[in-house]
Design a protein around this ligand. Sequence first.
Ligand code: CUA
Length: 365
Amino acid sequence: MVARRPTRTVMRLVAALAPAALLAAALAGCAPNDFPQSTFNPRSEFAGMIQSLNLQLIFWVVLIFIVVQTLLIVAIVKFRARPDSPEPKPVHGNTALEIAWTIAPAIILAFVAVPTVLTIFKTQAKPVRTDLVVKVIGHQWWWEFQYPDLGVVTANEMHVPVGRTIVVDIETADVIHSFWFPAMGGKRDAIPGRPNRIWFTPDTVGVFPGQCAEFCGLSHANMRMKLMVETPAAFAAWVELQRRPPAGGGAAPDSTAAVSAAMALAPAPAPPAGSPAARGREIFGQSACIGCHTVAGLSAGVLGPDLTHFASRTTFAGSLFENTPDNVARWLTDPPGRKPGALMPNLGLTPEQVNALVAYLESLK
Ligand code: CUA
């Protein structure tokens, strides 16, 4: 009798823990809204197809788990060793059983493979319609969004109208990245020399976080983005704002007219003379900023994000920081210190210069 005790204790432990483990596993999948980057929170037809496939696979996985675990527990309990048990009878082979456990997995795999392949064909197919084309360019470590038909260029925050099919052409300026807004479906890689494409129709107004999903260097984890799904009217207003000269002024006399025309953006009047923003614009125009950044009418750099409407964005630096004057000041003081590997160097700006640049950048509405 003494020998049976540990077995019983283990059995009771398993019996007590199994429901708890199952409950924990079930709860872990709950409340997708608490996890903004959950793939179980589809907000487009593309993501819906992935969701449907996922749920089918989960059904089979859970079914197999329950059947296997039930058989296992029954076997453990029914055939456990007892002090008075006779020697087990050796058996060799069972043709019916072996055929069954070969055919059953083959059928299950067919139930998995057919929907998977169908979903691959559907999500790789040409878009049924194209309401808006957005060209996405991955950079170490931020996202560029160009709207070729609208003459708009922006960074890190992609605006789209709800209920319209968005065709996203994906490219990269350097290494492989991967474009991924979990709520919209995806992912899809940005591969050097091989333009890629994805399309989706967002069905809900809101802000959805995204993330580069392919390791691309030191700040891969800091290569984030936001999708602003807006009503068509709000989207049209955003486009109009982006096409206007920035409220605070890119300034721009005649020499930069060609640049502005190329960008389809009109140059803007300079900020009021003597203001901190005017001083900031002067520093911007005289420093390395112009080599990498575009401000319509002032500069035409393409290595860093277009800053023409910097102040209209809620975040910056790969959507890593909230766009507040304090954060921008900290960033300008030491970019690589704020974001590991950031390609924007520490320009050794004085606090006075930083403050003036912040005033200028935050004026670029
Ligand atoms: Cu870009 Cu990871």
